[in-house]
Ligand binder design. Sequence first.
Ligand SMILES: *Cc1c(COP(=O)(O)O)cnc(C)c1O
Length: 423
Amino acid sequence: MTATPNHLRSVDPQLAGLITAEEARQRDTLKLIASENYVSAAVLEASGTVLTNKYSEGYAGRRYYEGQQVIDQIETLAVDRAKALFGTEHANVQPYSGSPANLAVYLAVAKPGDTVMGMALPMGGHLTHGWSVSATGRWFNAVHYDVGRETGRVDMDEVRDLARRERPTLIFCGGTAIPRVIDFPAFAEIAREVGAVLVADIAHIAGLVAGGAHPSPVGHADIITTTTHKTLRGPRGAMIMAAPEHAKAIDKAVFPGLQGGPHNHTTAGIAVALHEAAQPGFADYAHQIVANARALAEELQARGFDLISGGTDNHLILIDLTSKGVGGKPAAQILDQAGLEANYNTVPYDTRKPFDPSGLRLGTAALTSRGMAEPEMREVARWMDEIVSTLAGDDTEAVEKAVARVHGEVSELTGRFPVPGLD
Ligand SMILES: *Cc1c(COP(=O)(O)O)cnc(C)c1O
């Protein structure tokens, strides 16, 4: 019933107990957090190996430490698999995570003080796309595009106008709360016109791109960054893929520009995840993620939930709870008590504060990894409706009863769907 190894149990029972508790929590809740997933047992195994013992500053064939006979082969395998899966000419698999990967891009192609452009954080962008509290917003002159107040979608005319006016060195497209297809060709045309480097940050949708369930930025974006742990189902890490003219600068920016030794155990886990994503079944998985999100969105809308942009094209749904009369944070907290794990999120033009916003963000990648499909999504929508409607009624006793009732039904469902890597 548990994946926690015996050695850990005898050496550090306290920590082992905490991991066991987290295993149980992950098994017994419905993981609706859009940036999370369950890795396979194979990825988990590769990530927890002796590869963590090895220092490998540099790149395959050009290292600063001896003893790279095996590590070079592992990193080369990961790089080759990334290039083959996404169809790019260059890949760097060393960034520690998505944020350092993006920082490496700035280091590679921009100078401090340069104008950079990205989607505003409250509109669905990412901190590292030049938001004020991020180093990228403090060290660069960042300008931001929004989404339409009515459409909830990026307006490419606005992006073009902003780019012509500001002449940025680089333009980021992609983000953390975008429920719609990203128009890579349109961004590329604008970037070309103003002489900017286009960076497609596909952290959220990499698995959908790999599985053919979202258009690829390859051939449009000059540089592509991604995390490996979201829809791609790998360990926590990141990759940067680039057109040949940026390859050298990207590699130099990652090491020695920003990082020291790569995390070889993570590189191995990434290699396994890329291998899994190259299997024919992964395309089915990616398309099922999208079908599940669509089913969940339709059922939520039928129950009166207000979805940003009116629906979804990918794995992600952004709900504005204003019409339901509850805030995103209390809703997320009570849903978690009932076994439905999501995160509160700002919605475009939110009138509430970022720490207590109006929105709730959902994703279907993790549930799809457990084998759930459309019927289960409709159940999830029904439970969310029950919890949120009861919460709006402001009757503590009724809320407690609803939480207990829904949690019982959730447990019945999670019991039927094993967790990859655990069961
Ligand atoms: C998750 C995410 C990142 C950052 O990844 P971390 O691994 O959390 O640093 C960067 N960009 C986008 C668009 C993301 O969604």
